[in-house]
Structures are given as C-alpha cells and as structure tokens.
Design a binder for this molecule. Structure first.
Ligand code: G
Ligand code: G
Ligand code: MN
Ligand code: NA
Length: 252
C-alpha cells in the first residue's frame, strides 16, 4: 500500500511532528498538563491523522521506532517547558503493541534520560485494548515504568473492550472519559453512566479527565457530576510548541 511504503521513510525524512493539547482543572482554574499527539506531514497528502497511520505502524512494527521518537520529543518539550518555569506533565499515547516484547521500560527510561526529565512529569495513556494482551504481563510492565515515577492513565474509557473488572488490578492514576460521553451529556442514560464512572473512580482514588469538552454546557454538566479536569477544544486545540507559547501568553 502507498501509505505503508511512505511510512517506512517518514521517520528519517523527519515528516512527523507532535502537537500538544492542554488539560485544565476547572476547580482550581489552572493548567494541569498536556497530551502529546503525533501527526504526519505527508509530502503529497498533507497532514495525515494518527487514526490513519497508527494501525499501519502497528501492523508493520514501525510503531516501535515511531513511539520511541514521540516519547523523546514529548520528554524534550516537557523539559524545555520546565526550564522556563512551566512545570506541567506531558502524556504520551501507547499502543498495546508496546507491551509485546520486553522493551517498554527501556524505551521510557531512555527517553527520560536523554531529555534529563524527571519521571513524575511523564504520563502514559493506555487503552482498554490492553486486555487483549496478557493482563499479568501488562501489570508487571506498568509497575516497572511506574517505579520511574511515571503515571498511567486509561484512555478512551468506556468505549472499548470493557475492562471494568481490571480497574483495581491494573496500576492506574487516572481515567480519561471518552469524548463520546461528553458529546452525549444531554442523554439521561449517558449521564447516569458518567456519574457512575466518576463515583467509581473517586472510590478507586483515580483522577477523572473528561475529553472532548467543547462548550460551557459540557463544563457545567461535568462539574455537576464531580469531574473537574477537562481537555477539549473549549480550552485549546492540539497545538505545536509555538502555538502553545502564544496560548500560554494569552492566559497570563
Ligand atoms: O489527535 P487525534 O484526535 O487525531 O488522535 C487520534 C488518535 O490517535 C487518538 O486516539 C490518539 O490516542 C492516537 N494517537 C495520537 N498520537 C499517538 C501516538 O503517538 N501513539 C499512539 N499509539 N496513538 C496516538
Ligand atoms: O488519545 P485520544 O483518543 O484521547 O486522542 C484525543 C483526540 O481527540 C485527539 O485526536 C484530538 O484531536 C481530539 N480532540 C481533542 N479535543 C477535542 C474536542 O473538543 N472535540 C473533538 N471532537 N475532538 C477532540
Ligand atoms: Mn489519548
Ligand atoms: Na480518547
């Protein structure tokens, strides 16, 4: 396939870039971190979404070098912000493939070392598809990376293979509520589900981050349900580091 052939050279041609989307705590009215999201600037097709190329990267094994690159970029950017007094964690999305083979710990440790970044400023976002891999192995590898101070969140929660029975086994710090819920907040049944998720997370001592927050109504509903950390277009689109600078200046 065309895209696959091009993907093989995209790293050496430096066609990838990373954008960062702010996470905002509504209660304290403060920035609480960024999510790193990869993009591919294709010479002919323009910017290609990870929705298109991550599955190809997973099939071809390119997900390993691409994730190594994304982790290093995110750690370097995070360190650069820290040097300017912006002490905020950055999260990086991890494909389930990263748990195959004994490489996750080394990948993360080396990205932190190269950027001279403290592990407490890095978060990893995993998804419910992790349950497709040996759960005990996932738990063991997550415990290893957490020993570096790195935090772990469950992304897209409530949309995939339901892993609710694993929430008290998998070492986690946060749950990210999928934007599907946020966009359906005026449906009473969806509200009931979110309400239950937020309560459960509180009892499990997990932070809840709502994704896809686009308007004031979303914010009012979510705060009413006890969810205070938000990510979405209302606060900021995913932005490159220059746009983030501008965004930060506008918030001062
Ligand atoms: O940013 P955007 O909405 O286009 O992202 C679409 C999907 O791609 C999201 O589910 C996100 O988790 C995923 N994604 C973005 N960057 C990365 C990455 O570096 N690695 C992996 N595995 N997935 C990513
Ligand atoms: O990894 P994850 O599936 O959480 O990726 C988040 C994706 O959601 C990113 O691709 C980002 O571009 C997208 N996104 C971020 N904020 C919003 C929003 O407010 N509305 C919608 N529809 N998508 C968003
Ligand atoms: Mn994510
Ligand atoms: Na998500």
């Amino acid at each position: 396939m065309e895209l696959e052939k091009d993907l093989h050279r995209a790293l050496e041609l430096e066609e990838f870039f990373v954008v960062y989307q702010p996470k905002w705590n509504v209660k304290t009215d403060r920035l609480v971190g960024f999510e790193a999201l990869i993009r591919w600037r294709h010479p002919r097709l323009g910017v290609v979404s990870p929705v298109e190329f991550i599955p190809i990267a997973e099939e071809t094994g390119l997900i390993f070098p691409i994730t190594r690159w994304a982790l290093e970029q995110a750690c370097r950017q995070c360190r650069a912000w820290q040097d300017r007094g912006i002490d905020q964690p950055v999260s990086v999305n991890l494909s389930v493939k990263l748990f195959y083979g004994e490489i996750l710990y080394d990948l993360v440790e080396s990205a932190l070392n190269r950027a001279q970044l403290d592990g407490r400023l890095l978060e990893l976002e995993i998804t419910e598809s992790m349950v497709l891999h040996d759960v005990n192995d996932v738990i063991r590898q997550l415990e290893q990376v957490r020993s570096l101070g790195v935090k772990v969140s469950m992304d897209d929660f409530g949309t995939g293979y339901s892993s609710i029975g694993l929430l008290d086994r998998i070492p986690l710090d946060a749950l990210k509520l999928d934007s599907l819920f946020t966009n359906d907040l005026d449906t009473p049944s969806k509200r009931a589900i979110i309400n239950a998720i937020v309560l459960m997370a509180e009892n499990l001592k997990l932070e809840v981050i709502a994704e896809g927050v686009e308007n004031k109504e979303h914010i009012d509903y979510l705060t009413g349900l006890g969810c205070h950390v938000m990510q979405g277009f209302y606060y900021g689109q995913p932005m490159d580091s220059e746009e983030i600078n501008e965004w930060l200046n506008n918030r001062k």
